[in-house]
Unconditional design. Structure first.
Length: 267
């Protein structure tokens, strides 16, 4: 079922709870502008609240995942005021925040080029699968800009040390390098294998408690790069106590003891 009537971004839901969010501008290498950003924002908000969605897959059509920002859009922004640029940049920042904090497991499938803001999209996803032939580039400084709103997510994904190199040099780096840096989790030999790898991850995720996975993502945000203080320790204790007495926590324990499948696994 296609949700969006405009075709810059497609949102397709399957019967097994997988929603695919598809950037659909192959004629411009899936470069994104304000229209794409707004459609992605609306789709992320919708899937975040949709109880039928168990897993969100982010992908694009054509040879390249995304060339980053659309040149026409950047040209328009260059002629706008500082205030208008603040508003515009705020929408891109909102997109990254929504994707990073999405309550469902998110999987990005990367083919061809992933440049600029597209690296940010990948960094905001929980699982990233890339074809061996894909390439990545933080290219902003080549045109006098910086990877500003994506930087919190990219730096967390690849680390400060690699960021100090690639933010400044705007070099291309390969899928295997991206995997070494921590941006990509799995590299497949060719584009045709992306779907198979995705299906394998989806099958694994669908065996898990939806509430548990949501809480696990929140746990990561709560402890990541935090000093291990008594407040952090107490918070983790509260989180496990809360989920133990939750409906899915009780169902998970009961099903394990009774040697049956939990009720969230669809036959």
């Amino acid at each position: 079922m296609t949700i969006n009537t405009q075709q810059l971004v497609l949102l397709e839901k399957s019967a097994n709870g997988v929603a695919e969010l598809i950037i659909n501008r192959p004629e411009v290498h899936n470069a994104f502008d304000d229209g794409v950003i707004e459609q992605l924002i609306r789709s992320l908000e919708a899937t975040n609240e949709d109880p039928e969605v168990r897993v969100l897959v982010l992908r694009s059509r054509g040879k390249n995942f995304s060339a980053g920002a659309d040149l026409g859009w950047m040209k328009r922004m260059a002629n706008n005021s500082h205030e208008e640029n603040m508003v515009d940049a705020g929408r891109l920042a909102k997109l990254m925040e929504l994707l990073n904090n999405h309550s469902k497991p998110t999987i990005a499938l990367i083919q061809g080029a992933a440049y600029g803001g597209a690296v940010g999209l990948a960094a905001c996803c929980d699982i990233v699968i890339a074809a061996e032939s894909s390439s990545f580039c933080l290219s902003e400084v080549k045109i006098g800009l910086i990877p500003a709103v994506i930087s919190p997510y990219v730096v967390r994904a690849i680390g400060e040390r690699q960021s100090r190199r690639y933010f400044l040099t705007a070099e291309l780096f390969s899928a295997s390098a991206a995997q070494q840096f921590g941006l990509v989790h799995e590299v497949v030999e060719n584009v045709e294998q992306l779907d198979d790898a995705c299906d394998r991850f989806v099958a694994s995720l669908q065996k898990n408690s939806p509430q548990g996975m949501k809480a696990a993502k929140q746990l990561i945000y709560a402890v990541s790069q935090k000093e291990i203080t008594s407040e952090v320790i107490d918070d983790t204790a509260r989180r496990i106590a809360d989920i133990r007495v939750s409906d899915e926590g009780q169902e998970g324990l009961s099903s394990f003891l009774q040697k049956r499948k939990p009720n969230w696994i669809q036959e």
